[in-house]
Design a protein around this ligand. Sequence first.
Ligand code: SF4
Length: 161
Amino acid sequence: MSSISESMLKYYNYDIVFAEIPDEVTLAVNITCCPNHCKGCHSPWLQQDRGEVLDSCAIDALIGRYGGQITCLCFMGGDSNPQEVEHLSVYIRSNYDLIKTAWYSGKPQLPVAIKTSSFDYIKIGEYQEKYGPLNKQTTNQRLYKMNARGEMENITSRFWK
Ligand code: SF4
């Protein structure tokens, strides 16, 4: 039998942010149970099994409260259950026409079963201290935007301007 932490996403907190996704006002939802254990992790508490359940009801409540102020909802983490991240992204895109979705994964690549077309933006790449975050030109991380042809367009350089 699987534990709750394997089957459900949970979130620790959230914030409305402006820098994480270019040109969007983003509700960034910080997901816990992070399995990545990056050296120099900026938020070690997100590695713990804690927080509130993040399911479609929680999404409805968050968008009900903040939907008028945002253009995008970003899943910050969720690598413990990528299928559920994708499921919730599809749920948002099916039910909220004006809200785009983004995923900040800490993995260097996404699982093959995940359809990138389920998101408007995807960031991949683990945090490596020696290469720095997205706003450093040395970063190993990449942010992609799905363009009208369904291709992943690398827009990482937007962070360097
Ligand atoms: S992906 Fe983020 S939260 Fe997870 S260990 Fe790495 S830096 Fe920490």
